[in-house]
Design a protein around this ligand. Sequence first.
Ligand code: MRU
Length: 368
Amino acid sequence: MKVDGKHFRSIWLASDGWSVSAIDQRRLPHEFVVARLTNCAEAADAIRSMLVRGAPLIGATAAYGMALAMRDDKSDAAIERAYQMLIATRPTAINLKWALEEMRRVLRPLPPSVRTGAAYARADDIAEEDVTINQGIARNGLALIEAIAAKRPGEVVNVLTHCNAGWLATVDWGTATAPIYLAHDRGIKVHVWVDETRPRNQGASLTAWELGHHGVPHTVIPDNTGGHLMQHGKVDLVILGTDRVAANGDVCNKIGTYLKALAAHDNGVPFYVALPSPTIDFTVADGVTKIPIEQRGAEEVTHMTGRTADGRIETVRIVPEGSPVANYAFDVTPARLVTGLITERGVLGANPAALAAAFPERIASAAE
Ligand code: MRU
């Protein structure tokens, strides 16, 4: 998507043909900085430190991390070392494991001499495939927005989203934002309620920044506002992303998603989750009990970072010294609260039969 009129992706192969460029998301919205990743350890660190984040982008970065590893050492042991280093970075988004297993599947049977080229080719494909998938999600999700717009010609369609499932969280387009961007580009009046998404504020810092650069009308709201807006008819539908969907349709996403689903259910607001197929984990039968939930550092809760009036980036403490904090990064929304899953193969029911029917090849590979 566009940044100040210039097209960017969140990650790309640098012009030297081997190092990897990625937008440093820790610096947004205050500074637009492109980082350069030159080896596997730097790719792993970029994921761990959330220089890059968002399930599909974590997967694409890991794929490039494996390619960078192959430049330095093409042995079987190096494939395994890179896999272990990258898989340890973040536990919840399944796209990480999907991308690494895909890289390992391609690389292992090859002679070492051709592994580097093959690794870059597959990493490039994973990135390209993500963009194509998200364009499919855009088309399928657009129909939902169009249906609401058709019922109230000329009126604004209000979408609520949580966290950042935008182009920054993927390679391009985003998942939750893809239908929104397409609707906006087609002239449908859309407005997005953007949950700030404490503690890291991916909504306030990233989603608002993206939407603003694309000219999509939006309003940032404190996380607790959604229920009130739904009660008063100010939300037509919720669309958000996910880090892992279990075989039973349970949806894991940024902490706070479950509360939005409960509020949507109570108010009859459709609650849609947009996802690319690599986010489905057919090896997990029950999302609520089995998806690992990342717990992150206390400082994300105790401190906030922002720009001061005189332009400095400062971090300040907002919790009393000594108060314990908990920082669960994700929660799981039971399938019964999900109206539909917007995928590249259509809008599916959040249930095992619909997922299995739409992605039979993924079930087969999960069983291997
Ligand atoms: O901790 P983050 O910022 O990586 O969490 C991101 C999310 O929860 C997104 O909603 C999810 O990865 C979907 S991104 C298309």
